[in-house]
Write a protein that binds this ligand. Structure first.
Ligand SMILES: [Zn+2]
Length: 318
């Protein structure tokens, strides 16, 4: 898995905001892949009226919501994030992009997200007849992505996320609708959950992802479940991101990733590098003490885990 990084994604200027260009400062030394600024793929998910509205708002530097700001150069940066993710999907790469995408709905920008990078790349693959697993290990629920693919059985959306937390969605009983019933897999984790719970959630829901037999795995790789992240209360150490990379490499043939969240600028590069090393079967670059969860947190999690498995059992052998 090679990195795909175009410094044009740093042109989305947000000022004093957790999602800012400094997040990628330590990754700026990555080799540069020039990414096109092509608007056409965006229309796979977002209507033209929405795209035009974003472009106008960026020209006028108007915020899209209280959390989601725009600068004059945000439109081109957001298009680069989309196109870098598409390039990653063609080359089994890891797109190092911002703004993130997984909270973006077809006609609504929210949670720092403008265009849904992973959903656009996944939809493009679906239109080529492929079955796509979207594995979202960002600490937030990717509500935009889940919404977009809620009614289809061509995309399995699997998310681990803190609950309760923004966007207050992603409960266990949201398992998809119509032909997509059983194809949304939500694993809500209580605040304070550590490595033990995070890995338990991966091990116990991985069989569903494998039974789906995806042609391609798209990873919404967010690193805000890390124990020193500023926005969430999960306590995942950097080594878990390495393990996730290893597990994906061992279980699936065709995997690409795109960066979502991760807001501690001193930690995100370590987490990114660990995940990348796990995907590439390289030694782990950053070791960190493993965390474990309190009894009460385990109890809360186990209720979610058992309920989710019970609800999904009619569709999968779990
Ligand atoms: Zn996040």
């Amino acid at each position: 898995m090679k990195y795909i990084f175009d410094p044009g994604v740093l042109d989305h200027l947000t000022g004093n905001h957790p999602e800012n260009p400094k997040r990628l400062e330590r990754l700026r030394t990555l080799p540069i892949t020039e990414v096109p600024i092509d608007v056409d793929p965006v229309y796979l998910i977002h209507p033209k009226s929405y795209v035009d509205r974003i472009q106008r708002a960026a020209e006028n530097e108007l915020p899209l919501d209280p959390d989601t700001r725009l600068s004059k150069t945000s439109f081109s940066a957001a298009l680069k994030a989309v196109n870098a993710t598409i390039l990653a999907s063609e080359q089994q790469g890891f797109a190092i992009v911002r703004p993130p995408g997984h909270h973006a709905y077809p006609e609504e920008a929210t949670g720092f997200c403008i265009f849904n990078n992973v959903a656009i790349a996944a939809e493009r693959l679906v239109q080529q007849g492929k079955r796509v697993l979207i594995f979202d290990f960002d600490g937030h629920y990717g509500d935009g992505t889940a919404h977009i693919f809620y009614h289809t059985d061509q995309v399995l959306y699997w998310s681990l996320h803190q609950y309760p937390a923004f966007p207050m969605k992603g409960k266990v009983n949201e398992i998809g609708g119509g032909p997509g019933k059983g194809y949304t897999v939500n694993v809500p984790l209580p605040p304070d959950a550590g490595d033990d719970i995070f890995m338990h959630a991966i091990d116990h829901f991985l069989p569903i992802a494998k039974q789906f037999k995806p042609d391609v795995v798209a990873v919404s790789a967010g690193f805000d479940a890390h124990l020193y992240d500023l926005l969430l209360q999960l306590r995942v150490s950097a080594g878990t991101f390495y393990k996730i990379g290893q597990i994906l490499r061992e279980n699936f043939d065709n995997v690409f990733a795109t960066l979502e969240g991760g807001y501690n600028i001193n930690e995100i590069a370590k987490c990114v590098e660990n995940f990348h090393a796990g995907m590439n079967n390289l030694p782990m670059p950053h070791d960190e003490t493993v965390t474990s969860s309190r009894h009460q947190v385990w109890q809360e999690y186990e209720i979610n885990c058992h309920t989710a498995l019970a609800l999904l059992r009619p569709y999968w052998d779990v």
